[in-house]
Write a protein of this length. Structure first.
Length: 459
């Protein structure tokens, strides 16, 4: 059984990041919990994610004269740029020293869920979320609400006076701020009127189209005035229900899906009075003794991204065909930049079914070259993002993942350590003798077998 300091530090690194990296196993054994928390919250230089694929404007259409061919070429470029953006986001989760920022960006990426094909808009929103991930929720909310990705996804480009579209107004309240039960249908209608005219130009710049804005008086959440979209967001932020809704969602993501109302009430009150300071809220969470209560350790099922990234942080890999990682995301049911709907991805037991569980347990062996991949992505273009044309080639390529793992480095790190103490959050139910029966006693096989257990699915 791991010593408490190792257990608590592992817990912190899994929840506030994507698990310990291979260079951190000495740290979780020797550093105090407070030192590790301070390290997580240290400001690091922010770098935007981008892609190298040329933009649509750079393409020469001399040889594609018809509108249909131009559209097809645009779709191809957007698809390639989105794939690159996906992989660059994944890489930042694996390799960035700024683990807390990337984990929080991953949270907001699911909270402010959008699903569009425009790669430029996706890049813009993703970087806005990453930049503001640990900042102020008000600034983040305003940035996201004005982003072309969100305005496009929720149809606010079509929201005009005399013909209001309620999609954006409804989701801002239901999913992004207050939650159901804290507003009524009239509030949605009035907020939609206030958001009329909010849109964007072809370059992705926010645009308040004043001629399309309803300048009449609106009644919203007990207040009356000639409200604009900014006014609506400010009124929403005045509601303590907003602080409680966001705090509860963050608690479920970072602590436990079974909530403790006493703790949440205290945290949300502090969050509200701090002016929605995200970093301060997280400091309260990770510094609380209750965060390290046994009921909160090893009780959350890793999402597919958390599972993949956690493995890649431990096993130094050279991946010959990184685009295959997008197919693994698809197979496991969580594809970055492509949430299933505006509510984002599910959580908990919804990640596990008979096919995904088997693949989850086999990935360490597949990536280590010990067994072939026997699964193929569903033919489902709603998730393919137009990848069907490449499906056959990808299928052939990722049957052999072309991954080389630096096992010498892994063996040096783990040679005097019990792998279960460092890789598992809760090994009480694990029969180590059965794990060793399937091993040749090498460090390599021990690591692979531990990562292939149901216990490794938990964090």
């Amino acid at each position: 059984m791991a010593f408490p300091v190792i257990l608590h530090n592992k817990h912190l690194l899994w929840r506030a990041g994507f698990g310990p990296g291979i260079s951190q196993f000495e740290d979780i054994q020797t550093l105090s919990n407070k030192t590790l928390i301070d390290e997580l919250f240290k400001e690091k230089a922010f770098t935007e994610l981008t892609y190298n694929t040329p933009d649509v404007a750079a393409v020469d259409y001399m040889n594609s004269p018809t509108p249909a061919e131009k559209r097809k070429e645009n779709q191809k470029i957007n698809r390639e740029q989105n794939n690159e953006l996906n992989l660059n986001f994944l890489d930042s989760m694996i390799n960035s020293p700024d683990q807390l920022r990337e984990k929080m960006a991953f949270f907001w990426h699911g909270h402010f869920a959008t699903r569009i094909n425009n790669s430029k808009f996706n890049r813009q929103l993703l970087n806005s979320i990453r930049k503001n991930a640990l900042g102020n929720f008000k600034e983040l909310l305003f940035d996201v609400s004005r982003s072309p990705a969100m305005l496009s996804f929720l149809n606010n480009q079509q929201n005009k006076k005399d013909h209001p579209n309620e999609n954006f107004a409804r989701e801002v309240m239901e999913l992004f701020t207050m939650g159901r039960g804290n507003y009524n249908e009239k509030d949605i209608r009035e907020a939609a009127r206030a958001f009329t005219g909010w849109g964007y130009d072809k370059d992705g710049n926010f645009n308040e189209r004043k001629k399309l804005h309803d300048t009449g008086t609106k009644a919203f959440l007990g207040k009356t005035g000639n409200f604009t979209g900014d006014d609506i967001l400010n009124i929403i932020l005045e509601q303590k229900a907003t602080a409680k809704f966001i705090t509860t969602k963050i608690y479920k993501f970072f602590v436990n899906e079974n909530i403790d109302n006493t703790i949440i009430n205290r945290l949300s009150e502090d969050f509200y009075h701090s002016g929605y300071d995200i970093k301060k809220l997280l400091q309260h969470i990770f510094s609380g003794s209750w965060f390290y209560d046994p009921k909160n350790i090893g009780t959350k099922i890793k999402s597919p991204i958390e599972l993949m990234v956690g493995m890649m942080r431990v096993l130094p890999m050279n991946i010959q065909a990184p685009e295959n990682l997008i197919v693994y995301q698809k197979l496991l049911g969580q594809m970055l930049l492509y949430p299933p709907n505006v509510a984002g991805w599910p959580s908990g037991k919804s990640w596990i079914d008979s096919s995904t569980l088997m693949l989850r347990l086999q990935i360490p062996q597949i990536w280590s070259g010990l067994r072939p991949l026997e699964y193929s992505p569903r033919q489902d273009d709603d998730i393919d993002m137009g990848m069907k044309s490449r499906e056959t080639a990808l299928n052939k390529a990722f049957k052999n993942p072309n991954i080389t793992i630096d096992w010498n480095r892994v063996e040096k790190v783990f040679q005097n350590k019990k792998g279960e103490d460092y890789l598992l959050q809760n090994s009480k139910s694990l029969d180590m003798s059965s794990v060793k029966n399937f091993s040749d006693q090498s460090v390599k096989m021990n690591i692979i077998n531990l990562m292939s257990t149901p216990e490794y699915q938990l964090m």
